[in-house]
Design a protein around this ligand. Structure first.
Ligand code: NAD
Ligand code: MG
Length: 383
């Protein structure tokens, strides 16, 4: 029996994790879970799974719940997240919080010797240089939940690291895959939120449309698989069937394929190295799909991807600036304060204004994250 803490249980990944767990009750148990502010959904999830430790974002919500459910331990805020990520009877922490907020609980969980199933890519983007050594020091497993990284992980099973030639990260291209740069100027939030292949949280759906998501994934891949940026290629693949590939020195290319369903990478991170049937999973019929398409992204049109490669290659604190500026700009776009192309413009401005710190400490990252958010916020105020 694997005992799990699910961080961000009310989100897209969180609810799909609950779905995986309830279909394998003899294999998994959710011991603790966290939610942000969606208390109604949290209470629905509490009807499905019997969990004794629950963290919410606000103290008022915690007090309300503690009164209503006296037999459950409630926690709140960042402190609470760290407590439920380090409970002694937990084996693995599945981190499905969105954004920089996922960083501290991941670090604390590793230090408490918990394995990590990581959906929260932002933590590796910002602090890969701190997380990876910590994973090695504490001898825990870091298992990818992101579909592309799960595909790469599966394509590397049993292989030797020195035999890898490159990673080929596939991208659906997001909601605006077929739009020209001019057309992108006037797109709306509603259009951006309509992803062609995946149903996900709002932030990552916007990130998929800008291609910042793919940029974050390039950095995530660098840290997870210890490869150079020159050896990570992005390929647009509109069908989202080939979830990513690894090319080896002997020219062999190994890929993982499947119908788009995030429950598969979630489940694989929990069952690894074994596999289990995916309940209600749709099998892939290549005969029905017929043809698959691949083409190189235009880095002029998808400027965000170029910025992400630049931030990754620069290293140090630059990925933190890109991430924080993007989180802020993404949210301003969702709140209709800026237009779509302003997102990458503001991120670039923050990057240009930043003096890179090599090998930043956690405290420096917290400070730089705040600086970049404020920078973007104030730039918008000035316009
Ligand atoms: P989401 O917005 O649907 O859910 C986020 C969860 O985190 C919610 O439970 C929310 O309440 C909680 N949360 C948000 N801000 C918080 C904060 N400051 N403190 C504590 N909790 C907070 O997001 P999602 O789409 O499920 O994505 C979660 C993570 O997984 C992201 O890092 C995303 O990039 C990654 N991911 C998602 C998908 C997907 O299909 N949704 C695929 C790959 C990777
Ligand atoms: Mg992905």
């Amino acid at each position: 029996m694997k005992r799990i803490t699910v961080l961000g249980v009310t989100g897209s990944i969180g609810t799909q994790t609950v779905d995986v767990v309830v279909h394998h009750r003899d294999e998994f148990e959710i011991v603790a879970m966290s939610a942000g502010r969606n208390i109604q959904l949290l209470e629905e999830i509490m009807q499905t799974v019997n969990v004794h430790h629950i963290c919410v974002q606000n103290k008022e919500d915690k007090d309300y719940l503690a009164k209503k459910y006296p037999n459950i331990h409630f926690y709140h805020g960042q402190e609470g997240l760290m407590e439920i990520a380090t409970l002694p009877n937990v084996d693995i922490v599945l981190n499905a919080i969105v954004g920089f907020a996922g960083l501290l609980p991941t670090m604390e969980a590793i230090k408490a010797h918990k394995d990590i199933a990581l959906a929260n890519k932002e933590t590796l983007v910002v602090a890969g240089h701190l997380i990876i050594p910590l994973v090695k020091e504490y001898g825990v497993a870091l298992l990818p939940v992101d579909s592309e990284h799960s595909a790469i992980f599966q394509s590397m099973n049993g292989e030797n690291h020195q035999d890898i030639a490159k990673i080929i990260l596939t991208a659906s291209g997001g909601s605006f895959r077929d739009k020209s740069r001019d057309e992108l100027a006037n797109v709306t939030v509603e259009q951006a939120l309509k992803h062609p292949n995946w149903s996900m949280g709002a932030k990552i759906t916007i990130d998929s449309a800008t291609l910042f998501n793919k940029g974050l994934e390039v950095m995530e891949a660098k840290w997870l698989f210890d490869v150079d940026y020159d050896d990570i290629e992005v390929l647009i693949h509109p069908e989202s069937i080939v979830h990513s590939m690894v090319e080896y020195q002997d020219t062999s290319v190994i890929a993982q394929l499947g119908t788009p369903d995030m429950r598969l990478p979630i489940q694989y991170a929990l069952t690894y190295p074994r596999r289990q049937p995916l309940i209600n999973g749709k099998r892939l019929s290549l005969a029905d799909v017929g043809s698959l398409h691949f083409y190189k992204p235009d880095l002029k049109r998808f400027h965000a991807l170029a910025l992400a490669y630049e931030a990754g290659r620069t290293g140090g604190s630059m990925p933190c600036v890109l991430n924080a500026a993007n989180e802020q700009a993404n949210s301003l776009f969702l709140n209709r304060k800026i237009c779509f192309l302003d997102i990458e413009k503001l991120v670039e401005e923050a990057m240009r204004a930043h003096q890179v710190v090599d090998n930043p400490s956690l405290d420096q990252l917290l400070e730089i994250d705040q600086w970049a958010r404020k920078f973007v916020f104030e730039r918008v105020g000035e316009d």
